[in-house]
Ligand binder design. Structure first.
Ligand code: SF4
Length: 97
């Protein structure tokens, strides 16, 4: 019998670990660049790009793209300080990664 559960509690399931890692990405962006406008979501940001394969995978241009799930993004993430409204003015070259 392993002592791990007795000392540290039950280890997280694979789904729980995946969720924690996924939620850490936008939190890291907000830590680095600050919090975006109230109520703004990544889905409305010009820096969110969609890669069309069998399904659409979203990536944040500021966060980067490894070509794998480590950089997958959700439209529902709360925006960071680099947010630029896709429905407003086009981004200036200085603010584009
Ligand atoms: S608000 Fe824009 S720049 Fe910031 S994390 Fe979302 S998609 Fe990326």
């Amino acid at each position: 019998m392993s002592l791990f559960p007795l000392v540290f509690g039950e280890p997280p399931t694979k789904a729980e670990s995946s969720r924690v890692r996924r939620e850490a990405r936008p939190a890291r962006m907000r830590t680095i660049y600050g919090i975006g406008p109230e109520g703004a979501r990544c889905g409305d940001c010009v820096h969110l790009i969609g890669r069309q394969f069998a399904k659409t995978y979203y990536k944040c241009r500021w966060f980067g793209n490894t070509g794998g799930p480590a950089t997958d993004w959700c439209k529902s993430y709360a925006a960071c300080g680099k947010f630029q409204d896709a429905n407003a003015a086009t981004p200036t070259p200085e603010t584009t990664p």
